[in-house]
Design a protein around this ligand. Structure first.
Ligand code: MTE
Ligand code: MO
Length: 199
């Protein structure tokens, strides 16, 4: 009888297998921004969704706040190799935001205030996998971290989680965003280490 079980033999660390390959844990919350932090007054803030047919849906800040919110606790993984476990957020699920949006699109190109963009398959925004988040660890989301609101798509590398989210363009064909045009992966699954195009 073998007393060395598979589980005992396998990698066991304090992250409990929650750290994707090539990542290390960090306790703090680094700021990674490709440009200056835009400041958007809440009375001017707007979220838009545009379909491939040209239909536009918009939400004011008050309208976003009126939507049912979730409080997800998730692990986040930056392509620069830090991961942070059990981060807590408050935000509106994309399922709620897209509930009444009719589309045949398979992809989304997300637009931020300030001009940043990032692309992902529409299905990666659905089924409880993505939020428009406006609180972090119980406080209003700090402007440097994307406040007043950012996209939160924790199952993909964190560059997909567009800070200062402004709009979601639903498109029939995948269209690379800011980092994707500069060589980062179109999908960006941290568990498959999809850091760069070709990974
Ligand atoms: N608008 C915008 N969103 C962005 C970025 C950016 O430069 N601009 N950087 C991305 C990258 S590379 C990462 S790792 C995370 C960083 O989020 P943080 O600064 O809150 O840690 O935001 C992502 N979203
Ligand atoms: Mo990043």
């Amino acid at each position: 009888m073998s007393f060395v079980t598979r589980g005992f033999h396998g990698r066991r660390r304090d992250d409990d297998g929650r750290l994707p390959p090539g990542q290390h844990l960090t306790g703090d919350f680094p700021v990674l921004s490709a440009g200056p932090t835009p400041r958007i007054p809440l009375d001017e803030w707007e979220l838009w969704v545009a379909t491939e047919e040209g239909t536009r849906h918009t939400w004011s800040w008050a309208e976003l706040m009126a939507l049912a919110a979730d409080e997800p606790t998730v692990d986040i993984h930056c392509v620069t190799s830090w991961s942070k476990l059990d981060t807590t957020w408050r935000g509106v699920s994309l399922d709620t935001i897209l509930a009444d949006v009719e589309t045949a699109a398979d992809y989304a190109l997300v637009h931020s205030y300030g001009g940043y963009t990032t692309n992902l398959p529409l299905e990666d925004l659905l089924d409880g996998k993505a939020w428009v988040a406006y609180e972090f660890e119980g406080d209003d989301l700090h402007p440097e971290h994307g406040g007043p609101a950012r996209l939160l798509v924790p199952h993909l590398y964190f560059w997909k989680s567009a800070k200062w989210v402004h709009g979601i363009e639903l498109v029939l064909e995948d269209t690379p965003g800011f980092w994707e045009q500069l060589g980062y992966h179109d999908y960006g699954d941290p568990w498959r280490e999809q850091r760069y195009q070709g990974d």
